[in-house]
Design a protein around this ligand. Structure first.
Ligand SMILES: Nc1ncnc2c1ncn2[C@@H]1O[C@H](COP(=O)(O)OP(=O)(O)OP(=O)(O)O)[C@@H](O)[C@H]1O
Ligand SMILES: [Mg+2]
Length: 433
């Protein structure tokens, strides 16, 4: 994944470069200098102080030293643009606010803050001293390990903040508060966190099937390729997770980091969205957007957001369109191993969307023709709508959920006569060309 660099140090270690490459931080922010902070008029909104009060009930508060740490963190990121620091310091009084400042799951502070606190020693024990065999992977925040909580018997995934990484304390707080107050089967559950000294760790429910990225783009030999029905089930579940953020949370939340590696898979391929460190409270009142620095992952960012920093719910819809297209085509959002015309998935797909005869060419060859023709067309139509240049032409997430639930409910038997016929049609079309 490309990343708009958050660090410009050319002497950066290879490891750091890899990590940063995973994360976009768009430094092309000429427009952001003009953006004004807006006042949040939403009555459901809770201030940072409300939350601090609330979180005092916890043994360790992720917020306790965050104001200081945020400033320290911002100043430590030498190459981060001034906008970043401004953004962090201004956000408490602005509608460019992360859920950390003012979100509530049900509008009642204190009732839904469920995350448990851990000491660092407890997590050292849970991971067997962060042993390599239990290393699950590494992203912009830091390394992730599988762990076991003796007292509850739970298997967990523990993410340890890398202080030199490109995400920091701010993302940690946003993650803890957003997930603590969210409760939906398609959002990964945060079991707890550790904020001891300068250690910051997040403890999640363990997702045994890993990420959608692993299955779609990095299938190990022993992993079965995802069939059509499973892909539609994953798309519908991920859309439901997004619908919860957009339409059910108070105030609503823009996710900002929807991508295949952030869709984790539970038993039976039930998808759950993860990584809420970039989430933002949506615009309130008659505001149409939130002005913020551009963050997200290259290939998934809506064009208008990347250009202007104006974030809307429709930015998430665009990212969802990219994920859906990846599910249908089996191609990566950005693939530098392909020829120039095929490196950017959306740019490759746009001309094909206009020609029905090309739709079959877009299906993942790994499906070997085992998909319903109508389902393929319909899912491509949904992806095309989500990827409209004009944000207001993109559908609302509730409509995407309705459409994908319908597609996921269509039972498709890969060996049924209709699918054999579709395969046959495909062979005939190919030989006609
Ligand atoms: N709850 C979990 N259960 C099982 N595996 C997990 C869990 N959370 C993360 N992982 C795995 O850990 C790895 C790193 O995840 P992480 O979210 O840190 O990075 P990423 O999603 O690849 O990048 P980014 O930092 O941009 O989100 C991924 O391979 C993911 O599959
Ligand atoms: Mg992730």
């Amino acid at each position: 994944m490309g990343c708009f660099p958050c660090y410009g140090d050319s002497s950066m270690k290879e490891k750091d470069k890899k990590r940063i490459n995973n994360r976009v931080r768009n430094d092309n922010q000429n427009n952001l200098g003009n953006t004004k902070n807006q006042t949040n008029n939403n009555r459901h909104v809770h201030t940072r102080d409300d939350l601090a009060q609330n979180s005092k009930e916890q043994k360790v508060s992720p917020l306790r030293d965050v104001k200081d740490e945020e400033a320290k963190d911002a100043s430590q990121r030498r190459d981060v643009k001034d906008e970043d620091a401004k953004d962090a310091s201004q956000s408490a009084s602005s509608s460019d606010a992360s859920p950390a400042e003012n979100i509530s799951g049900d509008g009642q502070p204190g009732t839904s803050f469920k995350a448990r606190t851990f000491t660092y020693d407890e997590l050292v024990e849970a991971t067997g001293r962060f042993k390599e065999e239990d290393f699950l992977g590494e992203g912009g925040f830091g390394r992730v390990y599988k762990g076991f909580l003796k007292d509850t018997g739970e298997v967990v995934a523990i993410k340890q903040l890398d202080r030199n990484g490109c995400q920091g304390i701010r993302e940690f707080v946003v993650e803890v508060l957003t997930l603590s107050m969210a409760d939906h089967p398609n959002l990964v559950k945060l079991i707890g966190y550790c904020a001891e000294g300068d250690q910051r760790l997040l403890v999640y429910e363990y997702m045994p099937l890993g990420s959608l990225e692993d299955h779609l783009h990095d299938p190990r030999n022993n992993i079965k390729r995802l069939d059509w029905s499973t892909r539609m089930k994953i798309a519908a579940g991920a859309a439901q997770g997004l619908e919860y953020l957009h339409d059910k949370m108070k105030p609503p939340v823009i996710y900002r980091d929807l991508k295949c590696s952030n869709i984790l898979l539970a038993e039976e391929y039930n998808p759950k969205l993860s990584d809420f460190g970039l989430a933002k409270v949506g615009p309130s009142g008659d505001k149409t957007h939130v002005s913020t620095r551009v963050m997200g992952t290259y290939g998934y960012c809506a064009p208008e957001y990347a250009m202007t920093g104006q974030l809307t719910f429709k930015s998430d819809i665009y990212s969802f369109g990219v994920v859906l297209l990846e599910l249908i085509t089996g191609r990566r959002a950005i693939d530098m191993t392909k020829s120039a015309a095929e490196q950017n998935l959306v740019a490759w797909a746009k001309p094909l969307f206009k020609d029905r005869k090309k739709f079959r060419e877009m299906a993942d060859p790994a499906l070997q023709g085992r998909y319903p023709t109508r389902g393929l067309y319909q899912s491509l139509a949904i992806a095309a709508m989500c990827l409209q240049e004009q944000p207001n032409l993109r559908p609302l997430i509730a409509d995407v959920v309705t459409a994908l639930n319908y597609l996921a409910s269509q039972k498709f038997n890969a060996s049924s006569p209709s699918s054999q016929r579709a395969k046959q049609e495909q062979v005939t079309e190919a030989s006609d060309e």
